[in-house]
Write a protein that binds this ligand. Structure first.
Ligand code: PMP
Length: 456
């Protein structure tokens, strides 16, 4: 931004510590302050308009100005602004939402448990699995398997599940007992000459070797995002999920699908589990569940997980875990309305259709000298950049080109996010083809601006 800092930006620098931010850099310049939203757009304080091509944090499915969500929140706020689910209490919105989620799940699920964020939900699942193992007398069954470049959140346990160095370095994470496998990124991790199917076979073998080495009786579960999001939008190689599930079934190990990004249409089906034929024991839902208008997350668990836990709570009189805001009635009311709107407007089919358009348009950038790989499914994609062809190997440190490109893209009126040198695109699901075309046109401008800089 070239204009002088507004008072708000200066106060931001003075008073706010930001997540996922260089705090010293923010002291210098403050942050881009977003003031209002309309459809797929947000506006900063100076009135500049941006397409929010990340839907906030992969989450504002219905765009930034859906009046029905405001009305649903207002109605519930006036009727019952707060109640909780502790100690055998409840309220209508939570029951309605639980019923809706359990009945729309792509595999038989038994119960919904409510939390406020993806991290809290994943932490809760880990504790449920430990509690279940103890209930079954399997006290060694506590280890959790996930993957490098996975993102499952940042609390102490969910952050351990996450497989991204930036979320571990200087935090002394991961905790012991969290095991990470090779990321299913074919282009980067396949061996020369290895087909996608062979790569998937090797990763499934790696899982089986790990299970046998550790002892199947020590493994509580495998956690996975159907498509990895924050790790760089890694679309699994063909046959990956089928082969991973076969190994888990052979050793009777539970599968947790983290649908926090994929859920509610993002991959072109209602759930990522449907896109990849995944049959999980537990599903973790958030983000588009309420279009992020209010924080809410939900865990769906099947009978296999719920029943032993239920027995144990009966034996000791309680399940000693829960959050003050879990299943908040206003957030639950907004979530119910969000799901109604997704259904009424056919937004899942819309995401599939516009998503195919977006994948096709982005694939058209593949010949650009700075583009290394374009990948994605439905309305989620990444364009991985490389400075190597233009500037030579090692001329730019990893991530530097990604950061430059995001800045140029912002100047061209589109908000994206760099994950290393990969730019993510995950626009609100209400976007149309014109919106997609505007993103791709801005991306071309941004890439050419980077090229020009490199030529200097
Ligand atoms: N799981 C996945 C797949 C996510 O993408 C995220 C957030 N990006 C989380 C969990 C954590 O969610 P939260 O930020 O709400 O804690």
């Amino acid at each position: 931004m070239t204009q002088d800092f507004t008072t708000t930006e200066m106060r931001d620098a003075r008073y706010v510590m930001h997540p996922l931010t260089d705090a010293r850099a923010n002291l210098q310049s403050g942050s881009l302050i977003i003031d209002r939203g309309e459809g797929i757009h947000v506006y900063d304080l100076a009135g500049n308009r941006y397409i929010e091509a990340m839907a906030g944090l992969w989450s504002v499915g219905l765009g930034f100005s859906e009046p029905r969500l405001v009305e649903a929140a207002t109605r519930q706020m006036a009727r019952l602004p707060y109640y909780h689910p502790f100690g055998q209490k409840g309220h209508g919105p939570m029951v309605d939402l639980a019923e809706r989620l359990v009945t729309m799940a792509p595999v038989p699920m038994s119960k919904a448990f409510f939390t406020n964020s993806g991290s809290e939900a994943n932490d809760t699942v880990i504790k449920m699995l430990w509690y279940r193992a103890n209930a079954l007398g399997q006290t060694r069954r506590k280890k959790i398997i996930s993957r490098h470049r996975a993102y499952h959140g940042i609390t102490v346990a969910a952050g351990s599940l996450t497989g991204i160095p930036a979320n571990h370095t200087a935090f002394d994470l991961p905790l012991p007992g969290f095991l990470h496998l090779t990321a299913p990124h074919y282009r980067r991790n396949a061996r020369p000459g290895e087909s996608e199917e062979d790569f998937a076979t090797r990763l499934a073998q790696e899982l089986e070797d790990l299970i046998l080495r550790e002892g199947p009786e020590t493994i509580a579960a495998f956690f996975g995002e159907p498509v990895m999001g924050a790790g760089g939008v890694l679309v699994p190689p063909r046959t990956y999920w089928q082969k991973i599930q076969a190994v888990l079934a052979r050793h009777d190990i539970l599968l947790v699908a983290d649908e926090v990004i994929c859920g509610f249409g993002r991959t072109g089906r209602m759930f990522g589990c449907e896109t990849y034929d995944i049959r999980p024991d537990v599903m973790v839902l958030s983000k588009q569940l309420s279009s992020s208008y209010l924080p809410i997350s939900a865990i769906l668990l099947n009978e296999r997980v719920f029943e032993p836990i239920a027995d144990q709570t009966h034996a000791i009189g309680t399940f000693g875990h829960g959050f003050t805001g879990g299943g908040h009635p206003v957030a639950a009311a907004v979530a119910i309305e969000t799901l109604r709107i997704i259904q009424e407007r056919g937004l899942v089919a819309h995401a599939a259709e516009v998503g195919a358009w977006m994948q096709d348009r982005l694939a058209g950038l593949a010949g650009h000298p700075l583009v290394d790989e374009v990948r994605g499914v439905g309305l989620i994609a990444a364009v991985e950049l490389t400075p190597a062809r233009v500037a030579g190997d090692g001329a730019w440190p990893p991530g530097a080109l990604g950061r430059r490109a995001v800045l140029h893209l912002q100047q061209a009126g589109v908000i994206s996010r760099a994950m290393g040198d990969a730019l993510a695109f995950c626009p609100p699901m209400i976007i149309d083809r014109d919106g997609v075309d505007a993103i791709v046109a801005a991306l071309r401008i941004a890439l050419d601006a980077c090229l020009k800089e490199m030529a200097r």
